[in-house]
Design a protein. Structure first.
Length: 186
């Protein structure tokens, strides 16, 4: 069996207000709201974890926020549905901004496709405190994702394609699979 190598990255994604507003479906943010979101961005960026996981010939990018961020978002939902919605979107946006900083092709593809959870990947992620949910191809953290590193393609290579509206052709954007990275070539 191949040796697993984990290399942590320290990155500082910038807060793209236009991108956040698009994700949140907001047309306007007041000054107090924006100040609160920027403050949270700074706090959560300190907790953001980014790692490159190599399991032999295959490498992955893993990005996640800890359970404490999930708890903060849950508390915001209880306080105000509007704040909960914004905080939830902010945590998602922070994770995607980190991915896009290392894999800019993800923005053009519109997706960070999920790889098939091999046993080696499961074990490596468990060592990072992340685990796949029992009998599911999703992680136990709400604000976490794993994708191929370097970029290999979009929806066409995603393990979740059968369960994703975009992967079933119900979304407008499509991506291109790079030569040598077609489905089934591992």
């Amino acid at each position: 069996m191949s040796e697993t190598v984990i290399k942590e990255h320290r990155i500082t994604p910038y807060f793209d207000m236009e991108g956040f507003m698009t994700l949140s479906q907001e047309t306007r943010l007041g000054g107090a709201v924006l100040e609160r979101l920027v403050s949270l961005w700074g706090q959560w960026m300190e907790e953001l974890r980014v790692a490159e996981v190599s399991t032999g010939k295959i490498s992955y990018l893993v990005v996640w926020l800890p359970e404490s961020v999930e708890q903060a978002v849950d508390a915001a939902w209880e306080k105000s549905p509007s704040e909960g919605w914004q905080d939830n979107n902010l945590a998602q946006f922070l994770c995607m901004a980190a991915v896009q900083q290392l894999l800019p092709q993800v923005e053009d593809a519109g997706c960070a496709p999920a790889p098939r959870p091999t046993q080696a990947l499961r074990e490596a992620l468990a060592g990072l405190g992340l685990a796949y949910k029992a009998d599911q191809p999703t992680l136990n953290r709400r604000f976490a994702l794993v994708t191929h590193f370097p970029f290999k393609g979009g929806c066409e290579i995603c393990h979740l394609q059968d369960n994703c509206p975009k992967g079933q052709g119900q979304a407008e954007s499509m991506s291109v699979v790079l030569p040598g990275h077609e489905p089934g070539k591992e």
